[in-house]
Design a binder for this molecule. Structure first.
Ligand SMILES: [Zn+2]
Length: 198
């Protein structure tokens, strides 16, 4: 489900594993067979932004302090409307903090954190990717996406929508957002915005 962040077509990445802990890869290299770029896996995090590309940085990335308190896992589970195990849920930015709580409520779903805060570590149920230019996943792979309040720029929301499966939900931890086209608003309030991919 990973993709190279370069602008060429989606292609599978090839992994060379180094250190493993159980089924988790702590170190290794992912290689792109199309453009030959290589991405290191360091301390369990795939680093897609090793000093290249213009960062897709939010203007308000540093303004998390003072942001509304994040939703609890039960609320998020209800908003994501996930029934049954299997598949992937993508957590963008500080939303990766919800992985443990959501995993406790929803067994059998794997979580993928994009640009997680440093205190969030890799887990058997949580894979971590770092990339400042895009979400390095192929399109339409996620059963649900949660976007943290510091990643709500048009570009990041567009990426969140791209990786989401049609008919599935995107939850944004900020109600003051402009939703990208292709997202139908379902609910808004108490610091949350919920939409469904059309
Ligand atoms: Zn590539």
């Amino acid at each position: 489900m990973l993709r190279c962040p370069e602008t060429h077509e989606e292609a599978f990445l090839v992994m060379s594993t180094g250190e493993m802990v159980g089924r988790m890869v702590r170190s290794g290299i992912l290689g792109c067979p199309v453009c030959r770029r290589e991405f290191p896996i360091m301390k369990g995090v795939v680093q897609f932004s090793a000093g290249e590309g213009a960062p897709l940085r939010d203007k308000n990335t540093q303004s998390l302090r003072g942001a509304p308190s994040p939703a609890d896992a039960q609320t998020l589970q209800a908003l994501l409307d996930l029934s049954g195990p299997g598949g992937y849920v993508v957590l963008v930015g500080s939303a990766a903090r919800h992985a443990v709580g959501l995993a406790g409520l929803m067994g059998g779903i794997h979580f993928v954190g994009i640009n997680a805060p440093p205190e969030v570590g890799e887990l058997p149920v949580l894979s971590l990717l770092a990339c400042e230019t895009m979400i390095p996943l192929r399109g339409a792979v996620a059963r649900g996406v949660v976007v943290g309040p510091e990643r709500t720029s048009t570009a990041w929301l567009g990426e969140a929508l791209r990786v989401l499966l049609r008919g599935r939900r995107l939850v944004i931890e900020d109600e003051r957002v402009t939703a990208p086209a292709g997202l139908k608003q379902l609910a808004m309030g108490e610091g949350m915005w919920v939409g469904e991919k059309q």
